[in-house]
Design a protein around this ligand. Structure first.
Ligand SMILES: [Fe+2]
Length: 198
């Protein structure tokens, strides 16, 4: 068994103007494909072969190659899933949960954006579910909340803040990319991930 680069449920140009087609193509067909191939090579002949990716990420003795490429594989799979050119709202119960946790939807977005903007260098910001509770964190490089170094929650929304995710269009304006991201977040999918985490 080996991991496969997932097909996107939308075209490379469909997320424009928020994420441009060229960035999407390089990001998916080069970067994500690279993580996927490198992960498959790194686990070959090891105890991690045939293990679900979540179990690999939770393991305590990851080599740098498996940690970086396993994280890269999983993180990008999640990222593509929660984006949509036709984003849907979550249920009123899920919206209420966000409001109850963070004070308001806007306050949640602010806290998430702060985690994304202040992540030095390359990394990700996350909305996580842990025992039904929501929280926000960020991780460096291709690390992930599921890892030993992570918050221990299950990521249900993630934002890639590596320069490869935005530099062609936004250059050094990471905050503009973060603001644009909210226009293409499919909350229906985020909620489905929350439900699956329970
Ligand atoms: Fe990326």
């Amino acid at each position: 068994m080996s991991f496969k680069l997932p097909e996107l449920s939308y075209g490379y140009s469909d997320l424009e103007p928020h994420i441009d087609a060229r960035t999407m193509e390089i990001h998916h067909a080069k970067h994500h494909a690279g993580y996927t191939n490198n992960l498959n090579n790194a686990i070959k002949g090891t105890e991690f072969e045939n293990m679900p990716i979540e179990e690999i990420l939770k393991s305590s003795n990851l080599s740098p190659a498996i940690r970086n490429n396993g994280g890269g594989y999983y993180n990008h799979c999640l990222f593509w899933e929660i984006l949509s050119p036709n984003p849907k709202q979550g249920s009123s119960a899920f919206i209420e949960l966000i409001e109850k946790t963070f004070g308001s939807h806007e306050a949640m977005k602010e806290q998430f954006a702060k985690a994304a903007a202040t992540r030095f260098g390359s990394g990700w910001s996350w909305l996580c579910s842990k025992n039904g509770k929501l929280s926000i964190c960020s991780t460096p490089n291709q690390d992930n909340p599921l890892m030993e170094s992570g918050c221990g929650g299950t990521p249900i929304l993630g934002l890639d803040v590596w320069e490869h995710a935005y530099y062609l269009n936004y250059q050094n304006r990471r905050p503009d990319y973060i603001t644009a991201f909210w226009n293409i977040v499919n909350w229906e999918k985020v909620e489905a991930k929350y439900q699956a985490s329970l």
